[in-house]
Design a protein around this ligand. Structure first.
Ligand code: SIN
Length: 553
């Protein structure tokens, strides 16, 4: 019984591995941070599969930034705040938006290429539009922007002599200290990490830890996210005592491909940005019935409109039609989507694309300040794992790569400045497996995983109600017991670690959603359909051992 890291345990795990900076996650935020800090000390990047297995790699749309003379910071700020439905922090929004052009330069210096404007008189870049943007301001690399970013940064990370990339290494928990010198302070010291190939667990320590683990779309049955998106960073930070914010605001992307063999395949919002129209199965457009921006309304509006169309008609999908555009334009602008759909027998230049909404982006996460630090000292975080105040109750499309880059950058600057002042972690207790035995029934993990994802979809999805949320609460409490028992009795494996994290994140989403007795942005509750600024006009916060509460500021 018991897998532990306590001092009184006899050690049978591996010894510590010490670095100046420990980065968990290998998407844009983690890699940009690593490349920035590497001149100042040895960096470990822990990533649970291959380096390129990240949400960044899957990002189709692009990165929003004010680079056109027709655009302005004020307009980008206004669009972001408008989508965020009253919960964006204006200082954060301005901070991020104004750093957009530098962020693009930083990516270009790391070898990232964006599509150039066809007509140089129209500016340097080919800018596209997505929902909620009043301007064309999204830089992209065809419909595979994230892949271009991941490819360029990963090549530099692999080539850097001071960055050590540990693939197939799965972080289990953060290591924290409660006593430092004479002061009683909690702080991050690193993480316990499972080496998948051997089953050994090592302590990776560093004065500074950066969480860049991405989101938690796998909490839902249908998602546009890669399999790695199991909320690991959010769950680890929560267990370590950090505050999380706004976990109820899960963004559903309106258009994922509906096809029995297509798992998690996104049809980029840029397809609507370039003229694609959402239609009922009979071919009639419907977005004019829901919003004056029609197909380019903010995402929460479009996802709810589709949900309502499906509930009304009983159909299992709507269609996205771009067949009226020139086929060579469609093939050239959306080669990834074109090829993938063709594989399933759909020629998108001739056939409308069957689509449904799917969980896409967590607007909540580990609460961080303007330097990218959580309230657990020396634990920085950037990217989807965070709640910085940028997205509020609904993220504006293509703002997330920008946010990841800006906060990875400021976190790097602060980490470099702080490094000399932070005491090295010193020896930490080794992990021990105790009497835990190898898992003999993997079916328990898959069963629990499926159950969580299904009830999250049905009870905590696009449209919620008090009764649905309380059912979900009841189920997650039962499952939590079962999963904990499993966790303590059996040797950890990557699927068990992910399941434990997934259950934690599901519970945080349910609790936060049940607490917010109003509807706003991505959180829509049939029993509280109105927005209530007086009671709920600020962030929901949650910490280990506490019920959610509303941020006082
Ligand atoms: C998309 O291409 O539609 C995704 C863009 C985003 O989620 O920001």
């Amino acid at each position: 019984m018991s897998q532990t890291s306590s001092d009184d345990a006899s050690a049978d795990g591996g010894g510590p591995r010490e670095f100046a900076f420990l980065v968990i996650g290998s998407g844009l935020a983690g890699m940009h941070y690593a490349l920035r800090v590497a001149d100042h000390g040895e960096v470990a990047i822990i990533t649970k599969r291959q380096g390129s297995d990240s949400a960044t790699d899957w990002a189709q749309g692009g990165i929003a930034a004010v680079v056109s003379p027709d655009d302005s910071f004020d307009d980008h700020v206004a669009d972001t705040m408008n989508a965020g439905a009253g919960l964006c922090h204006e200082d954060t929004v301005r901070f991020v938006v104004e750093r957009g052009p530098d962020a693009i330069d930083a990516l270009r210096k790391n070898g990232v290429e964006f599509d150039a404007a066809p007509d140089p008189g129209g500016g340097e870049y080919d800018l596209t539009r997505e929902g909620g943007h009043t301007r064309r301001r999204i830089l992209h690399r065809k419909d595979a922007t994230g892949r271009e970013i991941e490819r360029s940064l990963l090549a530099r990370v692999r080539a850097h002599p001071r960055i050590h990339l540990f693939e197939d290494h799965c972080a289990i928990d953060l290591i924290t200290a409660t006593r430092v010198g004479r002061n009683e302070t909690n702080r991050a010291l690193g993480a316990y990490v499972l080496e998948a190939s051997t089953g050994e667990v090592f302590a990776y320590t560093a004065p500074i830890t950066m969480l860049a683990t991405g989101g938690a779309g796998k909490v839902y049955l249908y998602t546009s996210n890669p399999d790695v998106a199991s909320g690991d960073g959010m769950a680890m930070a929560y267990r370590a005592g950090a505050t999380l914010a706004n976990m109820e605001f899960m963004q559903f992307h309106p258009t994922c491909l509906f096809h029995p063999q297509a798992k998690s395949f996104l049809i980029s919002e840029a397809v609507r940005g370039e003229g694609g129209i959402l239609c009922r199965s009979g071919g009639e457009p419907f977005m004019q019935d829901y919003h004056e921006m029609r197909d380019l309304a903010p995402r929460d509006v479009v996802a709810r409109a589709i949900d309502s169309e499906l509930k009304r008609s009983g159909d299992d999908h709507v269609v996205l039609d771009i067949t009226h555009k020139d086929p060579s334009f469609v093939r050239g602008r959306f080669p990834t989507i074109f090829e993938r759909c063709l594989k399933y027998g759909l020629d998108i230049t001739r056939d409308p694309i069957p689509v449904v909404p799917a969980a896409h982006y967590c607007c909540g996460g580990v609460r961080t300040d303007m330097k990218g630090e959580s309230d657990l000292p020396n634990l920085f975080a950037a990217g989807e794992v965070t709640s910085t105040g940028l997205h509020g109750a609904n993220r504006l499309a293509s703002n997330s790569l920008l946010e990841a880059l800006v906060f990875a950058d400021v976190a790097a600057t602060e980490s470099i400045a702080r490094l000399a002042a932070v005491a090295p972690p010193g020896p930490v207790p080794e992990w021990r497996h105790g009497e835990a035995t190898p898992i003999h029934e993997a079916v328990v993990i898959t069963q629990n995983w499926d159950e969580i994802r299904r009830f999250m979809w049905n009870y905590v999805g696009i449209v919620r109600s008090d009764r649905r949320l309380s059912r979900a609460q009841h189920r997650i409490e039962m499952l939590r017991e079962e999963i904990n028992e499993y966790y303590w009795n059996f040797r950890v494996t990557p699927p068990l670690i992910e399941l434990r994290n997934l259950a934690t994140v599901a519970e945080l989403v349910i609790k936060s959603a049940a607490f917010r007795h109003e509807s706003r942005g991505l959180h829509f509750n049939l029993d509280h359909p109105e927005r209530d600024d007086e009671r709920f006009g600020r962030d929901t916060l949650i910490q280990r051992g506490d019920s959610p509460w509303i941020s006082p500021s």
